[in-house]
Design a protein around this ligand. Structure first.
Ligand SMILES: *[C@@H]1O[C@H](CO)[C@@H](O)[C@H](O)[C@H]1NC(C)=O
Ligand SMILES: *[C@@H]1O[C@H](CO)[C@@H](O)[C@H](O)[C@H]1NC(C)=O
Ligand SMILES: *[C@@H]1O[C@H](CO)[C@@H](O)[C@H](O)[C@H]1NC(C)=O
Ligand SMILES: *[C@@H]1O[C@H](CO)[C@@H](O)[C@H](O)[C@H]1NC(C)=O
Length: 183
């Protein structure tokens, strides 16, 4: 009887710790969706989130490029916030990626997002691109959160890619922001 009781206590302890750790994750991925419109241009080898540890979610993306080199590319990046479905929120920017990579100051919001991605990806150089696009084990950290002053909630970042005037594909990443308090 005693044993049962104390093991129950241990379990609630574990559950509470888990819960606390989880709620400390201010900023985490909750979903990802990728689409390549034309196989002749790109194929998805990987597009997934994986739990790497308690409250830590890693993002993995591998888009195989079937038409190289990529000399010019542009991207429409739109932020959505969930509120009776996802609604556009604050940012919708169109960025010429190749000129952005030469001068990143012109697109502050895109630069913040790029800063979060570049350490984990092989797109950390200027054009042209002569290889597949890979993002490996990308994690979010609280420092990024400090720079993006958005309220608690559920967000979706949508990347729409275009090269040579043709839409090539899209990536949607869902992110939960939970500061543990409102701001
Ligand atoms: C990209 O640039 C290279 C040389 O810089 C050129 O050989 C190639 O044809 C270009 N590709 C496209 C699709 O414009
Ligand atoms: C974002 O901007 C692009 C390019 O100007 C436009 O085509 C698109 O409809 C806009 N999206 C939203 C949700 O406003
Ligand atoms: C990326 O790497 C640099 C150099 O190691 C580091 O200073 C920076 O904080 C890293 N950024 C992220 C978002 O991890
Ligand atoms: C880009 O990232 C790779 C690792 O993914 C690293 O080896 C390389 O030094 C980085 N290049 C730049 C210019 O930051």
């Amino acid at each position: 009887m005693r044993l049962v009781k104390s093991s129950f206590r241990v379990w609630s302890y574990v559950v509470i710790i888990w819960f606390l750790c989880d709620s400390e994750a201010l900023f985490k991925f909750t979903n990802i969706k990728c689409i390549c419109y034309e196989k002749s241009f790109c194929e998805l080898k990987r597009c997934e989130l994986k739990v790497l540890g308690r409250g830590i979610v890693g993002l993995f993306l591998h888009a195989q490029a079937n038409q190289l080199p990529i000399n010019t590319t542009s991207c429409v990046l739109t932020l959505f916030r969930r509120f009776n479905g996802y609604k556009p929120f604050l940012y919708n920017v169109t960025v010429d990626i190749c000129s952005f990579l030469k001068n990143r100051k012109r697109h502050p919001f895109f630069n913040l997002v790029y800063d979060g991605i570049r350490n984990f990806s092989n797109i950390n150089h200027t054009c042209p691109f002569n290889h597949d696009i890979i993002v490996h084990r990308m994690v979010l950290n609280d420092n990024m959160m400090v720079k993006v002053p958005v309220p608690n909630g559920f967000y979706k970042l949508k990347f729409n890619m275009k090269t040579d005037g043709v839409w090539r594909g899209e990536v949607e990443v869902h992110v939960e922001v939970n500061l543990g308090f409102d701001r």
